[in-house]
Design a protein around this ligand. Sequence first.
Ligand code: ATP
Length: 406
Amino acid sequence: DLGGAGDSLELPVYAVGGFVRDLLLGNENSDIDVSVEGDGIFFAETFAARYGCRVKSHIKFGTAVIVFPDGFKIDVASTRLEYYETPGALPTVERSSLKMDLYRRDFTINTLAIRLNSADFALLIDYFGAYRDLQEKSIRVLHNLSFVEDPTRVFRAIRFEHRLNFAIARHTENLIKNAIKMGFLEKVGGRRLLNELMQIFKHSDPIGAIQRMAGFGLLRFIHPDLVLTTENLRVIEEAKKVITWFDLLYLGQRVENWVVYLLALTSSLSDDRFWKMCTRLAVSEHYREKLIELRIHGEQVLEVMERRVAQHEPVVPSEIYFWLAGLTPELLLYIMAKSGNDDVKKFVSLYVTKLQHVASSITGNDLKALGLPVGPRYRKILDRVLAARLNGEVLTREEELQLATR
Ligand code: ATP
């Protein structure tokens, strides 16, 4: 009972932002954002003590997260005024009224608030015409300097447009074009840019949003040479198909879809440029190395498979297995998307659905028990046994042991 806690502290409490927007649109959204007119951290601590929750607070920002015992979270903010001292920088925070707090938001559709206190409970507060814009399915900024203040909003506008199936309003679109022309997008920090891209790529169908980004000329802020070519677009469309296919297999393996889309979008960049792009996006050094390694490895495997198909000789399952073993699901999906060859797709599909789950029953300990001298030869023997198992040449443990001693 958030409102009750507000009542007892005599603090006005509101549900705000995306939660209210989605409530009115009938979309699911379990991210509840609460705004308190007053000390939000004190409110969160009082509420948490009453209901046995934990609180994590950021005093600098006047915000807190209430964490329930089952992990459910509520974000609490003190109504506040943020100053962006330079475009793209983090804001400086000061306390203010609900209206001022809502005024600093990105788009009108995110400025709705619902009162939670018992007096006027559930009152819908709409200072900026948000309700009308929800009805008109319109993405509109609150003022002309919005994108100058925070250029990442350009990406957010595109994300909301496609996720909600809305349209960016004419004037807002002109402001976006202007912000791009004036070079403000260059000021977006790499981390924030990556974050926005991830949000766009996490959508089940990001293709429209990617085309929209390309239309605005935004891809060059990811890398100066990045453009949407017919080939890129084909890989992205294939990526969508294989991701859907993979999801329907219910293998219980987690796939970061956004990685597949990022690889697909940038498939035409050279390794060197891909590396520069990762640096621009502030991908951590460790992960950057992993990504580039994966990408190079993936290209090599793809080449080997395509060459092998071109030879028109039968390919046995063990070959496929050893080409693909150890590749992450993201890379497997990327390879499927990138290859225009149906046979290569079938190989990867066979690996994903069947071969990757095959194992032989014997281990190094069995080889020791057979009296074979311990050494690097073990790896070779075990691989040979596994290959025979994959190709259906041995079917039982006894046959495997026999093969090992041969
Ligand atoms: P989602 O369902 O994708 O989480 P959301 O609206 O909750 O949508 P968030 O990115 O979680 O989006 O942001 C929460 C709220 O904070 C938004 O409703 C928005 O008003 C505000 N917000 C977030 N980023 C910005 C920004 N760059 N500029 C202004 N307001 C922002």
